[in-house]
Design a protein around this ligand. Structure first.
Ligand code: CU
Length: 215
C-alpha cells in the first residue's frame, strides 16, 4: 500500500460540513432491563458491541434496585469515564448513560450481591451526515501515534482520508492507491500531531466525519 501526504489546505466548506455532521451525529441505544420477572439480574448482563457515542439505557422492570459503577465493590470503568449511581425502582424507571470513553465497564446493584453486568466500548461511532450510511470504526480512540480506520468504504474510488483540525483546516491527507480487504483497517501515522481533537473525513466514507482524540 502506498500512502501520499499533502501539505496544509484550508476549507471553510469543511467547517459547515462539520457543524452539520455534529448536528446529525447518532449512536445506538443499548437496552438493559433491571430486575426482569422479579429476578435479581440485569438483562442482558453483558454487551460487547458498544461504541463511543452510544447510550446505555437501564429500564426498571420489578423490585428495588440501583445501577452503580464507581470503581468500588467490584465495579470498574475506564480512566476518564464518568462514574454513575442511580436508583432503579417504581419511581425511577429509566437511566441513560452516554458512553464517551472506550473500554470495559463493570457495574452492579449495591442492594443485591451478584446482581451485576458488563459492557465493552470497542470502537467509536461515526458522526453521520447521512443517516443511511453504515458505521465506521476508529481505534484506538483516543490514540497515541497511530489510528486505524475501518468500515464500509466505497471501494469504487481511490480512498482519501483527510485529517481536519477543530477550526476546519485540513492538516493531513492520506491517499490509499491500492485497496485493502474490506476488513483491514487503514492505519494512519499521526505521531506528529499535537494533543487534542481532530476529525477524519472522506468521500469514501459516505461523507461521515469521525471525531478522534490524540492523547
Ligand atoms: Cu438489585
Amino acid at each position: 500500500m502506498r500512502v501520499t501526504y499533502h501539505s496544509v489546505l484550508k476549507s471553510s466548506i469543511i467547517v459547515s460540513m462539520l457543524l452539520f455532521a455534529s448536528l446529525t451525529s447518532k449512536g445506538t441505544v443499548h437496552n438493559i432491563t433491571v430486575g426482569p420477572s422479579n429476578t435479581m439480574t440485569f438483562s442482558p448482563n453483558a454487551i460487547s458491541n458498544v461504541l463511543v457515542g452510544d447510550t446505555i439505557r437501564f429500564t426498571w422492570a420489578t423490585g428495588t434496585h440501583n445501577t452503580t459503577c464507581d470503581g468500588t465493590g467490584g465495579t470498574s470503568l475506564p480512566g476518564g469515564a464518568a462514574t454513575w449511581t442511580h436508583p432503579m425502582n417504581s419511581s425511577n424507571t429509566t437511566f441513560d448513560y452516554p458512553v464517551t470513553v472506550l473500554g470495559h465497564y463493570a457495574y452492579r446493584c449495591t442492594f443485591h450481591s451478584g446482581m451485576n453486568g458488563t459492557f465493552d466500548a470497542t470502537g467509536t461511532v461515526g458522526m453521520l451526515s447521512d443517516p443511511s450510511s453504515s458505521a465506521v470504526n476508529v481505534f484506538p480512540n483516543p490514540f497515541t501515534d497511530r489510528v486505524n480506520v475501518s468500515g464500509s468504504f466505497d471501494f469504487s474510488k481511490r480512498i482519501t482520508l483527510n485529517v481536519i483540525n477543530i477550526i476546519g483546516e485540513k492538516i493531513k491527507c492520506f491517499e490509499f492507491n491500492e485497496f485493502q480487504g474490506i476488513n483491514s483497517p487503514f492505519n494512519l501515522d499521526l505521531a506528529d500531531l499535537k494533543s487534542g481533537m481532530y476529525f477524519i473525513s472522506s468521500d469514501a466514507l459516505n461523507n461521515q466525519t469521525i471525531r478522534i482524540i490524540k492523547k
